[in-house]
Design a protein around this ligand. Structure first.
Ligand code: IMP
Length: 199
């Protein structure tokens, strides 16, 4: 069967990708299958740039088609921060959440959005990048146990609960990652015979 490597070792993201790919005839591998992958410096200034760097490095190292995402949370009242620095905003999920809540203390505009860029690389070249977003607001305290990262404080538009209170399936119906991924999948289905090779 054809396979594609996800340029991530993040188990939460992989779980989301597995769910999104469950009806596809493609086997998903990841950087967990390539433990000696040297890593990529995420020094781009946009989500697309970082996603492209990760997809390209993964494709070159594994010598198979690859995709990678870069994602983060943009908060309007903070001028779009933490944005591409979402992972590096503080050391742990708990610290990231409490730092963000304290930056937003007494701030009434809580609007925010999650953004995800996905890049696909084949034969040592990035062939496309796609972006998805979900708009919402930052809550006043963490709620829920599911998901990862900033999920406990992100309330998607049209909901009264946080991402972390939704099931994985529900989050996957609306998330920034699912939306970017749907565009990527449509492109692969329409355009690509590249994945039909056996490796
Ligand atoms: P990267 O895409 O792995 O560089 O990191 C993105 C960072 O943004 C993660 O470490 C999380 O902190 C945050 N993030 C991205 N997507 C999500 C999500 O779906 N839920 C919660 N946090 C997210």
């Amino acid at each position: 069967m054809a396979y594609i490597v996800a340029g991530t070792a993040n188990a939460h993201k992989l779980e989301e990708y597995r769910e999104l790919l469950k009806d596809q005839k493609v086997e998903l591998k990841s950087l967990l299958d390539y433990p000696h992958f040297p890593g990529v410096e995420e020094n781009g200034t946009t989500f697309r740039e970082n996603a492209a760097k990760k997809a390209l490095a993964t494709c070159k190292y594994c010598d198979v088609p690859a995709f990678a995402d870069d994602s983060g949370l943009e908060v309007a009242a903070l001028g779009g921060r933490p944005g591409v620095y979402s992972a590096r905003y503080a050391a742990t999920d708990a610290e990231r959440i409490s730092k963000l809540l304290s930056e937003l203390e007494n701030v009434s505009d809580r609007s925010a959005r999650f953004v995800c860029a996905i890049a696909i690389a084949v034969n040592g070249e990035v062939i496309e990048t796609f972006e998805g977003e979900i708009k919402g607001r930052i809550g006043f305290e963490p709620k829920g146990e599911n998901g990862f990262g900033y999920d406990p404080i992100f309330i998607p538009d049209g909901y009264d609960c946080s991402f972390a209170e939704l099931s994985g399936e529900e989050k996957n119906r609306i998330s920034h990652r699912a939306r970017a991924f749907a565009k990527a999948l449509e492109f692969v289905e329409d355009e690509m015979s590249v994945l039909d090779q056996d490796f």
